[in-house]
Each structure stands twice: as structure tokens, then as C-alpha cells.
Design a protein around this ligand. Structure first.
Ligand SMILES: Nc1nc2c(ncn2[C@@H]2O[C@H](COP(=O)(O)OP(=O)(O)OP(=O)(O)O)[C@@H](O)[C@H]2O)c(=O)[nH]1
Ligand SMILES: [Mg+2]
Length: 472
């Protein structure tokens, strides 16, 4: 069933509204739904919303902000501010008003009546962006579920929309009976979608578990931080990276040959955002399965953003919400080439010791990143001499494919291969003798880049990168 929601904002002109609430107001019920503003927001209150609106294909023609203790129950804004907004909408001939806050169905209805244009809140805007980006079957189902769950309490309003559009103002809307039928249809579809997504999630769980003998690293982070660009850079993948919020909605996994260690699996994931609607996170559970089961999370942050600290915090919050905050996690400060304030990186590293500064664009810092990842994963690897009959070509192939072969010697009929390989892979070797080296010197150090800010480690260049899981 397709809901004719008419909520897409593509190619429309938008006025943006942000209401800054005192952070400690005790307005139960609405408190959690509202986004909390930070110091950064006070300076650039609508910058992120502008990015979202532009990513949705609309253009911003006006901005309006207000500070309030708590939202007005009928229109969110105070009455004086609402008049100001009416004038702004008229003057700019805007098609739509987008709120940075989350609105109740009644508030949207009242605002639309007063303003005579479509009104969207932050969640609806994010859902709109997601719906235009979803490519895979799974992502489409996840978005549809989130949209319907959002729409259910708002069905009446949608009908009002349709009646205005199709029958003209003043015509009678649908009867209660029609509304009830629709509500039941939507509820049924929600149940079906949940069931279908649950099945996909189980399938995905088994799929990811099936790879549990491989080292897996997941890229997570704020939307637009550069996760896909980093994946592309490290693995020669061809994943869409774009200066848009929520460019990636589907997980991709590629093989990354970690210099000195051998290949690990690297996965891209959907970006996070402050106050990501809870239902949306739940719908994308299957997509986040990789991150759930990863041996290491690379938390990619845009270090050049003035909001970097807030964004890092927001990502940690979402990780907590989806139950994976305790994971082994390495913070990656990306876009170092664009950082203007020389203290910015130091400030972030001070706050998050061990964070690695890189540029996915120029390749600077990728050697240090490889070392940090090797260090973080080193407990999972063995450094060993593996001996097997010379005639056993299969074992040789296996070691070259899954490990990092450092030397090969022969002793009569036996080959002895010095190799670094994930410990879990050893179980697959039959007929080979494994002698672990006790004096393992920690994680191996790849050669430093020739020039600072130069190219990525040469070891990653001549790879047989392989698509492990292309869900497109
Ligand atoms: N200057 C600079 N730009 C970068 C760097 N890394 C990524 N970008 C740019 O940042 C934008 C976003 O990059 P993506 O890789 O799509 O970001 P993402 O984290 O995958 O974003 P979503 O999929 O939307 O969550 C693109 O325009 C990239 O070219 C970097 O190191 N330096
Ligand atoms: Mg991406």
C-alpha cells in the first residue's frame, strides 16, 4: 500500500524554524522528542538543518529562531513569533516550513492552518531523505516501516492534505469510517514489515556470524564524516561518497589488507545524526548487524567541523542506544586537510586520547591508522612459523590469501612459512604444524609514507580487493 503523503520537499523553497528550549525544562513527554541544543547550536542554530534540507533537494529561503522555556502546546512557537513566521513565509513565497524540533500531529495541523503551507518536522525531513536514498530491498522496507510508524498517528492530517489538494478547500474530508479502514491497513502493513525485517535481520545475523573467523572492522560515525570515502580509499572500493547527509543507507563490506597483518573485512554503515529518531534506528537493525559483531569499530569523525565534539558525543550516544557502546573502538579524526584551527586536532585528541588524525582525501595519516588498527586487533592475530609438506599447495594458497606471508623457507620435503594470520584461521589448517613465535614485537609497523600527507601505504595498493558483500 502506498501512502500518498505529499511530504517530499525536493525542489521546493523552505523556511527553517528552530526553537531553542531551556535544556532543563521538565516538559515530560515532549522532552525526549525535542533535540537539545548545544553551545555549537547557539552559534549556528540552523546549520545542520540547512544541510538536511539541501540534501533533500530543497533550497532554503528564510530562517527563524526563537528561545522558549517550553514549547507552545498548540503551535510550538509563541503567537508573536508565529506572526513573524507568517510574514516571512509570504515574503519569501516559501512552499514549506521545516522545524528543527519534533512536532506533535496537532501542532503540525495548527501550524499548517495558520501558515497555509506544508509544515514538516525534523524526523519527517530525515525520513524524506532516507526514502529517496534507499536502494536495497532491506533499506526500502526499513524506511517504509519508519515512515508508517511516524504516519499512523497523523493519518487524519494526511487526509486533510489530500482533500485540500484533490477536492479543494472546504470539501468534506474522509469520514471516520474511511479513516478507520486506513488505520487498519497501515497497522497491518506495519506488522508485515516488522516480520519481514525480522527475517532479514536473522538472515543477516547468520551471514555475519558465518564470517566470524575473519577479523571484521566496522566504520561508524556521524553522517557526512567521510566513512565511505575512507572505505574507498583503503580498499579501492567504489562506494558512493557524496557531500550529502545520509549518502549511505546500505552496508558494504570489502576486504582491506592491513599492512603487516593481512586482510580484514571492512564495512561501511549508515551515518548517525543527533537525535536520530528511535524508530528509525530500530528499523535499521539489520543494517547495523555488521557493527554489532565487529571486532573493532572505527568511529570516523569530521574533525574540520566546528561541531566535531558534539557529533562525536552524538555518535557515542547512538552506539549506546543500539547496545554496542562497549565495543573496542578507535576514533578517527578525518578531514584533517580541512582543519583550519591548528588547535582543533589537539583539542580532540586531548579529549579522546589515542584518536588518529587522517585525511581520506589526501591519504595523510593512513599509515598511522593502519598501525593503530593493527595494534587494536593484535590480540586476535598470531605470528607463527607454519610448516607443511611442499606438495600442499592448498595450504600455501590459504596462507597467502588470509594472512601476511613474511618469509618462506624449505627443509627437505617441508615448507616453512613465517606468517601473521588471525588466530581464528589456524583452525582451518589441517596437516600443518604451527609454531607460534614468542617474541612477537607487537603490531608490525608498515613503512611510513614517503611524504607527509602523501599516499596511502604501498601495501594496500596492490591488492586483490574483493567485494565480500555487495548488497546493491
Ligand atoms: N576535505 C576532505 N573532504 C573529505 C574527506 N573525507 C571525505 N570528504 C568529503 O566529505 C563528503 C562526505 O563523504 P562520505 O564519504 O560520503 O561521508 P559518509 O560518512 O559516508 O556520509 P554518509 O554516508 O552520508 O553517512 C564527501 O564530499 C567527501 O568527498 C577528507 O579527508 N577531506
Ligand atoms: Mg557513506
Amino acid at each position: 500500500m502506498e501512502l500518498d503523503r505529499k511530504q517530499s520537499v525536493a525542489s521546493e523553497s523552505a523556511v527553517l524554524v528552530g526553537v531553542q528550549l531551556s535544556s532543563d525544562h521538565g516538559h515530560a513527554g515532549q522532552r525526549h522528542a525535542d533535540r537539545s541544543y548545544s553551545d555549537y547550536d547557539e552559534e549556528h542554530p540552523l546549520e545542520e538543518l540547512t544541510g538536511l534540507v539541501e540534501s533533500a533537494g530543497a533550497s532554503v529561503v528564510g530562517l527563524l529562531t526563537q528561545r522558549r522555556d517550553k514549547p507552545d502546546i498548540t503551535t510550538y512557537l509563541g503567537s508573536g513569533k508565529l506572526e513573524e513566521l507568517q510574514m516571512l513565509v509570504e515574503a519569501t513565497e516559501a512552499d514549506v516550513v521545516v522545524f528543527d524540533n519534533n512536532l506533535s500531529p496537532a501542532q503540525v495541523r495548527n501550524l499548517e492552518q495558520a501558515l497555509k503551507v506544508k509544515v514538516l518536522d525534523r524526523t519527517e525531513l530525515i525520513l524524506d531523505i532516507f526514502s529517496t536514498r534507499a536502494r536495497t530491498h532491506e533499506a526500502r522496507l526499513a524506511v517504509e516501516l519508519a515512515q508508517l510508524e511516524y504516519a499512523l498517528p497523523r493519518l487524519k492530517r494526511m487526509w486533510t492534505h489530500l482533500s485540500r489538494l484533490k477536492m479543494g478547500v472546504g470539501m468534506r474530508g474522509p469520514g471516520e469510517k474511511q479513516l478507520e479502514t486506513d488505520r487498519r491497513l497501515v497497522e497491518k502493513r506495519i506488522v508485515d514489515l516488522r516480520g519481514e525485517l525480522e527475517k532479514i535481520h536473522h538472515r543477516k545475523q547468520r551471514e555475519v556470524e558465518g564470517r566470524s573467523d575473519r577479523m571484521t572492522v566496522s566504520l561508524v560515525g556521524y553522517t557526512n564524516a567521510g566513512k565511505s570515502t575512507l572505505l574507498n580509499r583503503l580498499t579501492d572500493a567504489d562506494v558512493l561518497a557524496a557531500d550529502k547527509l545520509f549518502a549511505t543507507l546500505d552496508t558494504r563490506t570489502r576486504r582491506w589488507r592491513l599492512p603487516g597483518w593481512g586482510p580484514v573485512l571492512l564495512s561501511d554503515t549508515v551515518g548517525f545524526i543527533r537525535n536520530l529518531p528511535h524508530k528509525l534506528i530500530a528499523s535499521f537493525r539489520a543494517t547495523l548487524e555488521e557493527a554489532h559483531q565487529a571486532d573493532l569499530l572505527l568511529h570516523v569523525a569530521d574533525a574540520s567541523s566546528p561541531a566535531a565534539l558534539d557529533q562525536v558525543r552524538a555518535v557515542f550516544e547512538v552506539l549506546k542506544e543500539i547496545g554496542i557502546e562497549e565495543k573496542n573502538c578507535l576514533l578517527v579524526l578525518n578531514k584533517s586537510d580541512r582543519v583550519e584551527d591548528p588547535n582543533q586536532i589537539a583539542m580532540l585528541q586531548d579529549r579522546y586520547p589515542g584518536a588518529v588524525a587522517i585525511s581520506s582525501k589526501t591519504g595523510a595519516g593512513l599509515d598511522a591508522l593502519a598501525i593503530a588498527v593493527s595494534d587494536a586487533l593484535s590480540e586476535h592475530f598470531v605470528d607463527a612459523d607454519i610448516s607443511f609438506p611442499v606438495s600442499d599447495g592448498k595450504t600455501m594458497d590459504y596462507l597467502s590469501r588470509y594472512g601476511e606471508v613474511l618469509s618462506r623457507t624449505y627443509d627437505g620435503e617441508r615448507a616453512i612459512v613465517h606468517c601473521r594470520i588471525p588466530r581464528a584461521y589456524l583452525g582451518r589448517l589441517s596437516g600443518a604444524e604451527v609454531c607460534e613465535r614468542a617474541d612477537r614485537p607487537g603490531a608490525p609497523r608498515p613503512q611510513p609514507d614517503a611524504a607527509a600527507g602523501g599516499d596511502r601505504p604501498s601495501d594496500t595498493q596492490a591488492l586483490d580487493d574483493q567485494t565480500v558483500d555487495d548488497v546493491a
